[in-house]
Design a protein around this ligand. Sequence first.
Ligand code: ADP
Length: 672
Amino acid sequence: MFKKILIANRGEIACRVIKTAQRLGVKTVAVYSEADAGARHVDLADEAYCIGPAAAGDSYLRGEKILETARKSGAEAIHPGYGFLSENADFAEDCAKAGVVFIGPPPAAIRAMGSKSAAKDIMGRAGVPLVPGYHGDAQDAALLQKEADKIGYPVLIKASAGGGGKGMRSVDKAADFAAALASCQRESKASFGDERVLLEKYLKRPRHIEIQVFADTQGDALYLFERDCSVQRRHQKVLEEAPAPGMRRARRNSMGAAAVAATKAIGYVGAGTVEFIAEPGNGKSAGTFYFMEMNTRLQVEHPVTEMITGLDLVEWQLRVACGEPLPLTQDELAITGHALEARIYAEDPAKNFLPSTGRITHLSTPAESRHVRIDTGVRAGDAITPFYDPMIAKLIVWDTDRSAALARMRAALEQFQVVGVTTNTEFLARLTACEAFATADLDTGLIERNRAELMSAAPVAGDEVLALAALAELLAIERRAEERAAKSGDPCSPWGACDGWRLNQDNHHILVFLQGEREQAVTAHYRPGRFELELPGGRHTLTGAWQADGSLTAWLEDVVLRANVVQSGQTLDVFFRGTRYQLELHDPALHEIETDAHGGNLAAPMPGKIIAVLTAAGAKVAKGTPLVILEAMKMEHTIIAPGRGTVTEIHYKVGEQVAEGAELLGFELEKN
Ligand code: ADP
């Protein structure tokens, strides 16, 4: 086994690799960007080296700097994690030249699978079924349009070099093809430095099923069963599971055999994933599966495989990279129980899953156990920046069967509480509760089809939530009064009293809570040892206190309410019975409700670069007209006209960087 390895990555996967290395007695070297100086992976590693500024191109993608760090620190091998340099054949080659082991497949195998088009060629020749489509070298727009017409709409345009759902556009009709192609090429160029695309027939209700493979340097290969990753948004996985619900033994064996054949065909070594898109059978036919691509690295969702096999795939990676044979044979592998993984992202499902940046001010997670695993690289106080993937954590659960695992997932999601950025936890909770998911009626369109149910607005704070929020604020008022009294040098002064006593006034507080646009008032009357609350639903007695674990307990009459309440300034986040309620304490003296009669200006939803201006000052546009395209976090975001109106001014040129909230253009909404 290696004595010391370097992990050329950050976040949860760097932490994940360090954990196994430490268990095996292998010393670890972390690398980090200036933005990550205080990151968890830096703290966990035995040594850590700064490799440059925040932007990935200046740090985590700097192969030569990373290799230099490996040499300097005496690391014998480099684990690339996923993303960044993990599928970079040149880097793997440079490692070999420098005498450092790249923990991954040989450069030739990475290269062979690096382009989706080339990979399809190889697989087609090896007899693996392919989705009908075009993956040729010729790339001129007219030819591509002709090929798309031939395939028949809907058609999917994919970046050949693509990954992570980027550079992918589905096109419903011939007239939309040219614009979608241009946008896809732009995004591919920006993300992968390569604008080549391929075309595929867009399957209507497919499932994404992938096979985990492993191969060693002795020429042996096997598969560690499948994962179902059909639940996706923006063609990106969000909820994964193993085994795939409804998977028959014969189907599993044939997919496994195809995956192993693919692995052997390219002389693969290490951990890999062969992704298939599957069309379900309909009683008469058994359904089909088609090769999509092979990922030549450890996959984000590998933990579900670990949970059902009881194996540590990072340990296997290290052993294979050292030249050891595969630890087990195909016959020795078995599936036990069912595992689910939910990816918790800093993103806003209501805004088409736009990443959310900011500092995590509060992070509380369920306890880890045999049933619950959390892979994360983020701690309270850390920032989610636009520089990297906005994933906060992977929440993985295991139990003896799917429904028991699902119950565990729902309970764990309720306990996963984040304040400071918008997250998808409630969306995930709804997703795991929805009928289609619960009954495993899975396909890649599940989220889109159930959008209305999954996106429903947060429930209105009722009396119980308002009572909890009021209690938190009343206790805060009490604490502030005590602090003032202590500072004043006269702790017994009536001015430091916190019982609501006022000269010539009724002893009460009126607390006005805003939840979005909704305003609700709570009047709290001070009584000895308790409050009398006037809530929208009636008058009730309230007592309560903070608990040692940071939670808040309230007694509303004789009902006990427990919640986590996080207060920062005027904002209160109440986590109660699995729902997060975001309330704003409204001080009428401080705020004047602003109404914007002009429809306002269109602001950048996040920091980014302007890559296209599609309009001009003076242009009259219809509602929904695309105006500006912003590239942020390597994805394109189109800013559209909020209604019919006139563009009055354009504030930025193509290529310019903009800050979050920057007005991109002036816009006058037309009055009806
Ligand atoms: P990436 O490498 O960007 O993840 P993939 O080729 O793996 O791209 O595809 C990502 C997802 O897009 C798939 O899991 C599936 O949901 C969807 N997809 C890909 N190809 C097709 C297709 N031909 N028809 C329908 N959906 C597809």
